[in-house]
Design a protein around this ligand. Structure first.
Ligand SMILES: [Zn+2]
Length: 243
């Protein structure tokens, strides 16, 4: 994507545009070559410094987002993975200071009452924590099936989304599924408000999703192709904050 020169005013560049701008290094060269006089070169230099600083801030935000171990699509798989090979949960580096040395630092428990009833008999779900000896801050890695900052599994959110897409009322949906009416409505509204970001990101990976224009068509097509957890992980990897 070529960023139009008129959109290079710092305040007009969104994070997404910055990301695109950063990806396309030719843009840097193209912009620089347009400016020949010393004054203009200075202006473009300041702009590029700004872009690079903003990219850095954006990058920092991305890396301090939760680590997610992809491919762990159920709590059963997560429990098995923890017992067989917990090392897979170890982040490559500290998300805060980038130090590669991380110590395992116990775990925290995912609240069991928000899990499906079949899992509630089991103890709460363990999420491993790591401590960085350099900056003394901790981090953890979530399995793909658990969203950051939300207690309900992606699979529950997917069931709610599909029911709402089928035209069920919020009351019906909250009676069929675990979350209350307000929570279902909040998820629905958040998905709608982030629709443009989500479509941008997923259509760049799956061209076929470009055919689905409306909110309903897009999410139906997307969920036929992959579970919501995978779609959200892909967006997370692209730098979008999820959910
Ligand atoms: Zn650190």
């Amino acid at each position: 994507m070529q960023v139009a020169l008129t959109s290079l005013e710092p305040k007009l560049l969104s994070c997404h545009e910055l990301n695109q701008f950063k990806k396309d290094k030719l843009n840097y060269a193209a912009v620089s070559s347009l400016f020949t006089s010393k004054k203009k070169r200075k202006a473009v230099h300041l702009l590029l410094v700004f872009v690079s600083t903003k990219n850095q801030t954006h990058q920092q935000k991305r890396t301090t987002m939760a680590h997610i171990l992809t491919g762990i699509v159920s709590l059963g798989q997560h429990i098995l993975q923890l017992s067989r090979d917990p090392q897979d949960y170890r982040p490559l580096c500290c998300p805060h200071c980038k130090s590669a040395k991380l110590w395992q630092h116990g775990f925290y428990l995912h609240k069991a009452e928000r899990l499906p009833s079949s899992k509630r008999s089991n103890d709460s779900i363990q999420i491993l924590r790591y401590l960085c000896p350099s900056c003394k801050r901790s981090c953890s890695t979530l399995p793909e099936c658990l969203p950051p900052r939300r207690w309900y599994l992606w699979s529950i959110q997917q069931a709610v989304l599909l029911a709402l897409l089928k035209g069920h009322s919020l009351n019906d949906v909250s009676q069929q599924h675990l979350p209350c009416r307000q929570t279902c409505r909040r998820w629905w509204r958040q998905l709608q408000s982030r629709f443009a970001l989500h479509t941008d990101c997923l259509r760049s990976r799956f061209a076929v999703l470009g055919r689905a224009q409306s909110f309903g068509d897009f999410w139906r097509a997307c969920l036929e192709k992959m579970p919501l957890s995978q779609a959200m992980c892909l967006m997370h990897q692209s730098g979008l904050s999820i959910p």
